[in-house]
Write a protein that binds this ligand. Structure first.
Ligand code: ADP
Ligand code: MG
Length: 599
């Protein structure tokens, strides 16, 4: 243990003790303060209770006073309100009295008015009933007579049509049908110039015999050009509709007439679509495809249908197919020495009977329409085609499909026609000054021999083997077949070089096509004007079709027309061609002068 005590430690100990005392004093102080506060609170509570008692007494007094005052005010206000309510009640009863009197008056007036209306409507009904009845009766009568008129008009139109057809038949007119095709994607070309747009529709089939062309020129009023034909088909007419109007011609075939159906029109106007159809032929035989078939397959089917109604094996049919390309005739059924299909050139000659004939033309016997179409679709691959700006598959040649029908037992009508033709030929030979310039000049032998006078030209019903002399009328019961021809022609399209965009060798093709078509137009012009000279030989196609165009065959021209502004010039040209064709009268002697020469 140390002997002396550290002073610092003592001080520290004392400080510690003092601090301890201080802390306990402070704690006591805190306790006393708390007690003090509690006592204060209690005091305040007691004081508060004393004070509240006094205040409540004063408040109750004031409230009593206030209540008495308010009662006084309310009483006076209530008295005032009561008097006002009584005044209002008074007013209301007055207004109500006015309202009641008004309502009574109104009711009275409306009763009177209703009475008047009833009376008025009663008199009106009595008065007008008869008039309305009369009017109804008149309307019914008018409707009835309108219906009658319509029926009469329909009958008259039908009669007019029949008479027109008879007239056409008697006069030997060329029948012209026209088909306006629909607007197609090929018509929609880019255009950004002034004037009418090229894709604008301007050719319309407005009725079943009238076409209208709107001739549009910038800054000029629209001019309408109207063309009439035997039959006009619009864009909505189907292949069946077109064929329906051609069908009767096929009956004529078995009655001894030669028939020729020729499609004419500008490239892309629908000739091949109309004549052959748009589907590849002979590959399928669905109904839809049949509906798309053109005149050639439909005519073949109709022909075999008509033959099937005749006695079995009484008729035989042969087919030949030619094309005229660059003014040369090609036999599309020819075969080379190995038997391969080749297109061979042939000549057109005028026979001793004055008719045109193709030398060594191949023909194949056929026994059904599908056989005809198999042959046609086979040879179509040999046909000249080319791409132009107008048409991606433009035919560059005139295609002629000929069906020759030989009949072992011609019907009475056919025999009558043969006799008629023979008689006509005889008359021509005895009255040579009245001959048609076309007939028999190239056949002096025929003129001299009465027996040979019955040698019918190929456009008339003739005997096989043609053109050898036919038997005299006395020998009409001979089993020698009686022959008639159905020629179906898909002409190449006329075209404007600028539009079709052809060049090089194709230019020569176009020039040949255009020249042959204008030769056709010249022939029709000469026939229509009954000119002494008909220039058949200016082109192979006219020479070849001479008998169909100028003879007494029934010729139908199917004009095909594009509907848009872009081809308006060609369309007008085609329609003009059709109009000229209608004016041709083929059977009547054109000029009674036997010295005139046919070229
Ligand atoms: P063309 O033989 O006159 O040059 P096409 O017959 O080949 O013309 O027709 C040209 C195009 O127009 C073809 O694609 C054809 O299918 C179409 N066409 C023509 N006529 C019609 C029509 N009436 N309806 C629908 N398409 C048609
Ligand atoms: Mg064509």
């Amino acid at each position: 243990m140390p002997l002396f005590i550290n002073r610092d430690q003592i001080f520290a100990h004392q400080v510690h003790l003092l601090e301890h005392k201080l802390r306990s004093k402070e704690e006591r102080l805190l306790e006393l303060e708390t007690e003090n506060a509690i006592l204060h609170l209690r005091l305040a509570e007691c004081l508060g209770k004393l004070h509240l008692g006094h205040e409540e007494k004063t408040k109750a007094l004031a409230h009593h006073q206030h209540h008495r005052n308010a009662e006084k005010i309310t009483q006076s206000a209530l008295t005032k309100l009561l008097s006002e309510v009584q005044a209002l009640k008074q007013d209301l009863s007055e207004v109500f009295a006015v309202y009641v009197s008004f309502a009574n008056e109104l009711e009275e007036q409306s009763k009177q008015l209703l009475k008047k209306v009833d009376q008025a409507s009663l008199t009106l009904r009595d008065h007008n009933g008869d008039e309305v009845h009369d009017l109804q009766a008149r309307v019914e009568a008018l409707e009835h007579s309108l219906e009658e008129e319509k029926e009469r008009c329909r009958a008259e139109r039908q009669r007019r049509k029949e008479l027109h057809n008879t007239l056409v038949e008697l006069r030997g007119n060329i029948r012209v049908h026209c088909r306006v095709r629909p607007v197609l994607p090929i018509d929609n070309i880019q255009f950004s110039g002034p004037g009418p747009a090229p894709s604008e529709e301007v050719v319309y089939a407005i009725s079943d015999d009238t076409v209208v062309v709107n001739c549009l020129k910038t800054g000029m009023p629209v001019q309408n050009k109207i063309f009439e034909f035997e039959r006009v088909h619009g864009p909505e007419d189907s292949q069946d509709d077109v064929f329906e109007d051609i069908k009767p011609l096929l009956t004529s075939l078995l009655d001894g007439y030669n028939v020729c159906i020729m499609a004419y029109g500008q490239t892309g106007s629908g000739k091949t679509h109309t004549m052959i159809g748009s589907q590849p032929l002979g590959e399928h035989s669905g109904t839809k495809q049949e509906a798309q078939q053109g005149i050639i397959p439909k005519a073949a089917a109709e022909l075999f249908r008509l033959i099937s109604e005749k006695p079995a094996e009484s008729h035989t049919v042969e087919v030949s197919v030619m094309e005229v390309y660059n003014n040369e005739v090609f036999d599309l059924l020819a075969r080379d020495e190995q038997g391969n299909a080749v297109s061979q050139q042939r000549d057109v000659i005028t026979t001793s009977s004055g008719t045109s004939q193709v030398t060594s033309l191949t023909s194949e016997p056929v026994f059904s329409a599908s056989e005809v179409m198999q042959i046609v679709s086979r040879v179509l691959k040999l046909r000249a085609h080319c791409n132009t700006l107008v048409h991606t598959d433009s035919s560059r040649s005139h295609l002629i499909v000929t069906l020759t029908i030989s009949s072992k037992s011609p019907n009475a009508l056919a025999l009558a026609r043969r006799l008629q033709n023979a008689k006509k030929d005889m008359q021509r030979s005895t009255q040579r000054e009245f001959w048609s310039p076309r007939c028999h000049r190239a056949n002096p032998a025929a003129r001299n021999s009465p027996d040979k006078l019955f040698g019918s030209p190929s456009n008339s019903p003739c005997l096989s083997p043609s053109p050898s002399p036919c038997p005299s009328p006395g020998r009409t019961t001979s089993p020698t077949p009686f022959r008639t021809k159905l020629q179906l022609v898909d002409l190449a399209g006329s075209e404007c070089v600028g539009i079709s965009g052809v060049s090089g060798a194709a230019l020569w093709e176009v020039s040949c096509i255009n020249r042959s078509l204008s030769a056709l137009s010249d022939v029709l012009g000469a026939l229509a004007e009954q000119r002494p000279h008909v220039p058949y030989r200016n082109s192979k196609v006219t020479h070849l079709l001479q008998d169909a165009i100028g003879g007494d065959a029934k010729l139908l021209v199917m004009l095909c027309v594009s509907p848009t502004q872009r081809f308006i010039t060609e369309s007008l040209q085609s329609l003009g061609f059709g109009t000229r064709a209608r004016q041709v009268q083929k059977v009547l002697p054109r000029r009674k002068n036997n010295t005139l020469k046919d070229k």
